[in-house]
Design a protein around this ligand. Structure first.
Ligand SMILES: *[C@@H]1O[C@H](CO)[C@@H](O)[C@H](O)[C@H]1NC(C)=O
Ligand SMILES: *[C@@H]1O[C@H](CO)[C@@H](O)[C@H](O)[C@H]1NC(C)=O
Ligand SMILES: *[C@@H]1O[C@H](CO)[C@@H](O)[C@H](O)[C@H]1NC(C)=O
Length: 374
């Protein structure tokens, strides 16, 4: 279809940003090639009725506008057409009017009508630590705005929810710093090995009977060269060990999720986010966002828990996973019984003096894709 033509040639431009997003590289890609051309679009009927309706109106936008006019509802700005592109995705308001409370049945979040909640597959990023704890609350002593993040895992082929998967997430703290990885530019003193002890804002949760895994965390801060985001890997068939870590399994999905730009602007008015000196990169200027949002919607839907943002947010998103996939994961570090250790062949240990070369980037991208053939 026409899409291929639009995206062809974008990979080269894209490649200079993927493995080392930020700092020096200019983001000049106009269209970013998604790593996989699949979404959950075909699953609509299997999901809740309101969502099916929503998806239908997405395709039949004009009818929707007419219907809304007839119902006396204001006509929304031009309805997005499938396939999505990152500009239209960035214009969707993901804020929900749902009343959400701590302790609610999280599965109900996913019957919400509204913007789609799919998460495409992208790069694992340079700051993954393998071997973190299975725990719901990954906040530790970090400060910021509380966020409960619910992720529903769905088999993109059968459209069925996937129980007993392990979702592994990690993000930066409110001032844009990641724990657990030593020597990444901008992430603390490269000579400070105590960084390797850090485990905050990292952890895993199993999906329940409805395929939902939920974490208590904080809204992430931003750092140079990237839009605010959270990373995730979904492991299928992994085993929990006595020390509360997970071993084995297949990495069936690797992704990054994002936030509405309007929400990020609000977040930044609160301390300690307001102390963050890193420049904000807009979603639409972030190559990895483009890659994720060309065809899917990687922005979380959210609702405020109280009256103000500072009281916290509920955020949710649905991942479509390829249960047959076993993606290459190359952690920057491992958390072990001897503490955190850098992975000598990981993306951070491999950063050559003077920066990344194109050849390595191209190989890194290939390496992340080749195990995902169907
Ligand atoms: C998570 O743990 C932190 C302390 O580490 C605590 O302040 C916070 O209230 C907890 N979050 C939830 C939702 O229980
Ligand atoms: C974020 O992490 C850095 C490094 O651990 C720490 O110095 C900073 O205080 C943290 N920010 C907040 C707001 O907790
Ligand atoms: C957990 O146990 C496994 C298996 O014995 C071990 O390899 C790993 O280092 C342990 N992790 C931690 C954080 O203790």
């Amino acid at each position: 279809m026409g899409l291929k033509a639009v995206f062809s040639g974008a990979l080269l431009a894209a490649s200079s940003v993927v493995a080392h997003p930020g700092h020096h590289e200019k983001v000049y890609a106009h269209a970013a090639l998604p790593l996989e051309r699949k979404s959950l679009d075909h699953c609509s009927e299997h999901f809740s009725q309101p969502e099916f309706v929503e998806r239908t109106v997405e395709i039949h936008g004009r009818e929707f506008a007419r219907l809304r006019r007839e119902l006396g509802l204001e006509v929304e700005e031009s309805p997005k057409l499938s396939p999505r592109d990152y500009i239209s995705v960035s214009k969707i308001n993901h804020k929900s009017n749902k009343v959400v409370t701590t302790g609610m049945d999280l599965a109900t979040l996913f019957s919400d009508a509204g913007a789609c909640m799919l998460m495409p597959a992208v790069d694992q990023g340079p700051l993954y630590v393998k071997g973190e704890q299975v725990r719901k609350n990954i906040t530790e002593n970090e400060l910021g705005i509380k966020m409960t993040l619910a992720i529903q895992v769905v088999d993109y082929k059968t459209c069925k929810t996937v129980p007993n998967a392990y979702v592994d997430i990690w993000s930066s703290n409110s001032t844009g710093i990641y724990t657990g990885v030593q020597g990444y530019p901008g992430m603390g003193d490269p000579n400070d090995a105590s960084i390797l002890k850090g485990t905050a804002l990292r952890g895993l949760q199993p999906t329940d009977d409805h395929g939902v895994a939920a974490f208590d965390s904080l809204l992430p801060g931003h750092y140079d060269g990237r839009a605010s985001h959270i990373h995730a890997i979904v492991y299928l068939g992994a085993t929990k060990q006595p020390n509360n870590t997970v071993t084995g399994g297949k990495a069936s999905h690797i992704g990054q999720l994002y936030f509405d730009q309007t929400l990020i602007a609000e977040i930044d008015k609160n301390t300690p986010y307001s102390k963050n000196k890193n420049k904000i990169m807009q979603n639409t200027a972030d190559f990895l966002f483009m890659q994720g949002a060309n065809g899917d919607d990687p922005i979380v839907r959210y609702a405020l828990v109280g009256k103000t943002l500072s009281e916290g947010v509920f955020a949710w998103i649905r991942f479509g996973v390829n249960t047959a996939a076993n993606k290459a994961v190359n952690p920057a570090a491992f958390m072990t019984d001897k503490g955190g250790v850098m992975n000598p062949t990981g993306p951070v240990s491999q950063i050559p003096k003077g920066g990344w070369g194109f050849g390595r980037l191209a190989r890194a991208i290939k390496g992340g894709r080749n195990s995902d053939e169907e």
